[in-house]
Ligand binder design. Sequence first.
Ligand code: CUA
Length: 158
Amino acid sequence: MNVPLYEKVWMWAAGGLIVAFVATVLITAIGGALQPPSHVETIDPAKVWTDARFKDQGVTATANGATVVALGMMFAFVPNEIHVPAHRPVTFRLTSSDVTHGFEIVGTNGNTMLVPGYVSQFTTTFDRPGEYLIVCNEYCGIGHHLMSAKLVVEERTP
Ligand code: CUA
């Protein structure tokens, strides 16, 4: 078969791109970047309501910051309203009791997936007091667009 040189160049270029794309997926997967945050801590999604780490949802505040324990489920966050102090590190510990949800605090860098079977954890500091919207940013079913909560960042004296 007689393939003109110009066509050969494009065939090799297209083949090279396919190899590059597959290599990108494999390298990131093997490198561990495709795992959820804190993927070492697992939890039985059917028992999150009685698990010692998640049965008391809410905020524990100390002089140095706060810890928030919250759950995502179809189609709500528990608790629905979270009050945290400004200017101090706030650690969020989150999981899902059913399917994969998102937890995005709009306008901040607080954002993680809630993957059933895993505990997601991140720490951030809010410098602007006020009300923030928390939304689910992973499509989780018919009521996905209704799944939201409120974060209230409060100016507190120590
Ligand atoms: Cu939960 Cu979308």
